[in-house]
Write a protein that binds this ligand. Sequence first.
Ligand SMILES: [Zn+2]
Length: 391
Amino acid sequence: MPRLPTLQEQLRQLIATPSVSCTRAELDMSNEGVILLLESWLSSLGFRTEIMPISPGKFNLLATYGSGPGGLVLAGHTDTVPCNPERWQSDPFKLVEKDQRWYGLGSCDMKGFFPIAIEAARPLLEQRFQEPLIILATADEESSMSGARALAAAGKPRARKAIIGEPTSLKPIYQHKGIMMQGLRLTGQAGHSSNPALGNNAMEAMHLMLAELLQFRSELQNRYQDASFAVSVPTLNLGCIHGGDNPNRICASCELEFDLRPLPGMDNDALHAELERRLRPVAERAGVEFDFYPLFGGVPAFQNARDAELVQICEQLSGQPAESVAFATEGPFLQQLGMETLILGPGSIDQAHQPNEYLALDQIDPAIGILRRLISHYCLTSPSAEVQKPK
Ligand SMILES: [Zn+2]
């Protein structure tokens, strides 16, 4: 049996194996190398592994120890965002230790989670597992979330609870906003600017759309508020607009892209339908062609009950109250599989997605401690025995 590398050596190898995912095809890479490393380490520990193909070069890994229903999922994504090596002080694909930190692309978001989860589990593997531990490694979280979507569609894995180890400085995160990105294309008719009757101006029609969207935004913000978020209302941002070509031509085509961040309790599909219901009549009145489409699959808002058992246990173990965050995760997709889901992991989101990303070393031992106690609680203790305990 191959010896398991040390935690630091595992992270060194993961960082040295680039796995950028990006909606720009020229930057997008396979995550197969990372999946194969994790697969070899976890199978050497006795996990049963399944590699799930998602698309060419992209894979999820499901590694299970123990069997039966219930259990705990420890989930992370294998991909990173792209980086600008010229803005780094060291090679982003080399783990560098400096100032009590490990630098490298993915060190905190979130390749570092896997060696930590493995280290949390390792000393427990001698014991009998009442319920399974599943280490889940997904593809393309940073671009399309196609890995998590594929799991939700396939109906696996099934467990009672799931922890997603995104960098939260070990704070339990029980809810986040969702993401929708929408495109809107209006097509009118070109013509000479000297006579408006010769065409139909798509930019003027867009002007009416913008007014409708801003009106819709203020209505949404009146309807929905949650003070636990730093930005307590749903947001709608007009991101970019392109239209027309020349001052003396009637603008024939105008395109807008905007993003919407719904709060928990708001449904992406319902929002899309409502937007369409409001915008289409504006286009009809203006006499332009109307094309309204999502720019990607979107991420639903995520919320676990504030008083759920997993939230309470993680508050106790971390010593920090559960919070809300602005960034989206794979949480809603794991929740669709029926698992109580919480986001909690080592490292800070402040260091993610930017040059000189690092994992502070003082996060590692506490992270191992929290995960180990969660594994003990959910996998080693029989839940029926727990229920029979006298009060
Ligand atoms: Zn992440």
